[in-house]
Write a protein that binds this ligand. Structure first.
Ligand code: ZN
Length: 862
């Protein structure tokens, strides 16, 4: 059914369209054909009852950037008009945009989809051995626009969907007979719309191709990332955000055979398809067949399709699939073939390149061409792909991991909410988890064996030293789960999302005091809740044992105390707030009727210090790492439910800092803070406030002499007067050699001072931390202020050059506190909040916020 307005639109815009396109694409298009022909002339004839994207939008594809809601509307329209398409909403973004999947196939297949799905799933079940590889249509998932400011791919998704739904060309009907195609047009709608708005608002009627024009240069934080400025193309593994959680949930229902991931790269590049650069790991978990045989099977399809339209491309030289959390690597660990495409970006509507102007439409056409080459390759090799996926899951059971372990065991006796979070996380990846007593066990003999290896195995040997991203992803370490491999295992009962609950004894009303465990991951959130409701909460700076309503209990450093009679509220009001905090956060809480301890400090001791409610701000904007800032924002906003004021760098000069007692500075250049601004910062901190610096900003604070600390220096050679000859090296090796010294992301063990307020709530002195920078801080000048220092043998997982490890890392501190007047600077060398997944080190950061005002830096007398 075609509505009347659409027809009107069509006639009005066709004239305009031809005119605009004649101008915009005259350099590329030889014929005077319509805009649509530029993309899909060879896919005709089309069903006239189905509106093309151009007809639907009232302008040609490539003439503007298309908003996500219009993409959803178009897909909805296709599903409405055609029995070749159905639309499914698989999730919602932080900004409440719909995440959609359009299923396309021939009508008979869609009618029988449920039974085809069951047939398909038999191939991923290692207990079954169906042989009808060629009879079941191949499942293809085309994913577009995970990076919001790489916009060509979603436009290509519109064209791809239209072609599949409307074309009656025998090539297309053959695809529909032999495949079920799932199109996710926008993996990251929040980021896409941020960029879409930008590109459209700066578009001129006379297009400006000058690369320096505002149209081509987005403002901070740019559109690449999602609402909290996270890279969703790293989140498939970590599953922190609703976009990835929705996708994983969808994924583990359908297990597609082929998955695409479309991107954009620098304007002066061409087009990239796989094979990538060889994988950097020595013993990759992924079968070799995947990145050798399958990629070599698909590559000629891309090459010939791009050759046909005269587009240039490259393979093999860059992009490695080592990190398992990309859209182009996670499906490889699920028996599929994941494919990365990178297209030179016009970033805007037309941009100058070394070879003349490149239009948005040109970039879209390449993505569209690779989309159809993928479908063709998948359809023509469907039996092979199916058999490959079947072998993949069968070998998950039949083959052993190289470690020889039968299972991994973990479980933290003191932190049930962190255990729960880790188990919930494993369940998102369909990893089977069992519970026996207070220990959790994950067997290796299960269909997701390779994901189990991914979560627990660590590495120290690599065949490459330059990584496109992180070189460590043993997520058990992210969660600070102490775990061990077992040669055999008693499994116990299976844990499910439903039975994975934390059951704490309900706190009883009392008139004297409440004691709240601070070892729990959720304790800082419970603390903030009580503070925000007006309670004054203190913290124990020494351990103690006391009789509670649940018997005699031992309490750790950091334990929270709510003294009832000291509140400006009735004991009923106090109880209401305390029990609300418990209901919200499931933290162990106790009631006591006496301040007299069995052991250690009494409740009236000066070693209980009243805490100040954090009033936090963070600097954001140009020059500052949006990733690290987003991680801080996300942690406080979504887990602690605490507001943080995000101050733009350009507002800093006029900001009244006295409204805050804590200021967070993540990595960034901060060159905008001149000496007057730095003095403003110093004056504010000197009043007793807390400045928290992370990684790059810790280095900045040292370089700018805000603190009297030092970076770790390379020891001087004994005879440093002798002139050293510069060793010559081949030009070609420069990139590789320099890249080798970059610390792209690895996990190290630190030794933590459990008695320092920043170490409160931890029980073990050893703690894994994440380092993805070359900031090496020397231990503090104060003997009492190096809170965390790298252990003697600090390497846990990931690549670090021997030079960096021995000269820089080993002698350095991971976390120190330095005085600044009556205030202090808490300096992290590593990133405690990395990608929202470091449950193990989040508390170090939160301790800085909640205990900051109570930290003094003792100076020893000579
Ligand atoms: Zn990208």
């Amino acid at each position: 059914m075609l509505d009347v307005t659409l027809i009107c639109n069509k006639h009005f815009h066709m004239k305009l369209t031809k005119f605009v396109f004649a101008i915009v694409f005259s350099t590329i298009m030889v014929s005077t054909a319509t805009a649509q022909d530029y993309f899909f002339k060879d896919k005709a004839p089309f069903n006239p009852d189905i509106p093309s994207p151009e007809e639907f939008l009232g302008r040609p594809i490539g003439a503007q950037h298309t908003r996500h809601d219009l993409i959803v509307s178009y897909f909805t329209k296709l599903a409405e008009l055609s029995n070749r398409a159905e639309i499914e909403i698989y999730g919602q973004t932080h900004e409440q945009r719909k995440l959609v999947m359009l299923r396309i196939s021939k009508p008979e297949h869609l009618k029988n989809l449920e039974s085809l799905k069951q047939e398909h799933l038999k191939f991923v079940n290692p207990d079954l051995s169906p042989k009808n590889y060629n009879e079941v249509p191949v499942f293809i998932q085309l994913g577009y626009n995970v990076h919001g400011n790489e916009p060509s791919s979603s436009e290509a998704a519109l064209l791809t969907a239209y072609t599949l739904v409307a074309s009656n060309n025998p090539e297309i009907t053959n695809y529909l007979n032999n495949s079920i195609i799932f199109i996710d047009p926008t993996i990251n709608p929040d980021g896409r719309d941020r960029h879409t708005q930008w590109a459209n608002q700066f578009q001129a009627k006379s297009l400006v191709s000058d690369g320096i024009d505002a149209e081509h240069n987005e403002a901070w934080p740019r559109g690449r990332t999602n609402h909290y400025w996270f890279d969703l193309n790293r989140d498939w593994l970590l599953a922190v955000h609703p976009e990835s959680q929705g996708k994983l949930n969808w994924y583990h229902q359908w297990y597609p055979n082929v998955v695409t991931d479309f991107h954009e790269m620098g304007t002066n590049s061409n087009h990239f398809f796989e094979p990538m650069k060889p994988i950097g790991s020595q013993d990759p978990i992924m079968p070799k067949e995947n990145y050798e045989d399958l990629n070599n099977m698909f590559a000629p399809y891309f090459a010939s399709a791009l050759d046909k339209i005269g587009s240039f491309y490259y393979t093999k030289e860059s992009f490695d699939g080592t990190y398992p959390g990309y859209g182009s690597s996670y499906p490889d660990l699920q028996g599929g073939l994941a494919l990365l495409f990178e297209q030179a970006s016009s970033r805007g509507h037309v941009q100058d390149t070394d070879y003349g102007k490149m239009t948005f439409a040109f970039t879209i056409r390449n993505q569209y061409t690779s989309s159809f080459a993928t479908i063709k390759a998948a359809v023509e090799n469907k039996a092979y792909l199916r058999e490959y996926q079947q072998k993949f899951f069968k070998s998950a059971i039949s083959q052993k991991a190289p470690t020889g372990f039968a299972a991994y065991q973990f479980g933290d006796a003191y932190d049930m909410n962190r255990n729960k979070a880790f188990v919930d996380y494993l369940l998102k990846h369909k990893i089977k988890v069992y519970k026996n007593g207070d220990k959790y066990t994950v067997p290796l003999k299960q269909p997701q064996r390779r994901m189990v290896q991914t979560m627990f195995e660590t590495y120290n040997k690599y065949r490459d030293s330059v990584f496109y991203d992180a070189s460590a992803w043993s997520v058990a370490n992210f969660y600070n789960m102490k775990y061990r491999g077992l040669k055999s295992a008693d499994l116990g009962t299976e844990v499910t999302t439903e039975n994975n609950t934390v059951n704490v004894a309900k706190v009883q009303p009392g008139d004297y005091a409440y004691i709240i465990d601070f070892d729990d991951y959720n304790a800082p959130a419970a603390l903030y809740y009580m503070q925000s409701k007006g309670l004054t909460v203190a913290s124990a700076f020494k351990p103690f044992s006391i009789k509670t309503s649940s018997g005699n209990k031992d309490f750790n450093y950091g334990t929270l105390l709510v003294p009832v009679s000291k509140q400006k509220k009735t004991s009923q009001e106090v109880y209401k707030i305390v029990s609300e905090a418990q209901i919200k956060y499931n933290v162990p809480m106790y009631t006591t009727n006496s301040g007299y301890s069995l052991k250690g400090i009494d409740l009236g001791s000066n070693n209980f210090r009243a805490l100040k409610k954090p009033k936090a701000a963070m600097l954001i904007g140009d020059g500052i790492s949006s990733y690290e800032a987003g991680e801080v924002w996300h942690l406080l906003d979504t887990r602690v439910h605490m507001p943080i004021t995000k101050i733009q760098m350009r507002s800093f000069r006029n900001a009244n800092l006295d409204k805050y007692n804590t200021l967070v500075m993540v990595s960034g250049s901060y060159s905008q803070l001149d000496s007057i601004q730095r003095q403003k910062l110093k004056n504010w901190a000197s009043k007793g406030n807390t400045l928290i610096t992370i990684a790059g900003s810790s280095k900045w604070a040292i370089d700018k002499k805000l603190v009297k600390e030092q970076l770790t220096k390379k020891p001087k050679p004994k005879d440093d007067k002798a002139p050293k000859a510069v060793e010559r090296k081949p030009y070609e090796d420069a990139r590789e050699n320099i890249g080798r010294e970059r610390l792209g992301g690895a996990i190290f063990e630190v030794d933590l001072d459990l008695t320092h307020p920043l170490g409160f709530g931890y029980r073990s002195k050893t703690l894994p931390v994440y380092k993805n920078n070359n900031v090496f801080i020397a231990p503090s000048k104060s003997q009492y202020s190096t809170v965390a220092k790298y252990s003697k043998n600090p390497h846990i997982d990931g690549y670090i050059s021997n030079h960096n490890l021995e000269i820089y890392l080993k002698p350095s501190a991971s976390l120190i506190v330095s005085p600044l007047g009556r205030g202090r600077v808490v300096m992290f060398a590593d990133n405690p909040n990395f990608r929202g997944a470091w449950y193990g080190t989040n508390k170090l950061f939160l301790n800085a916020l909640f205990f900051g005002s109570r930290i003094s830096v003792p100076t020893e007398r000579n």
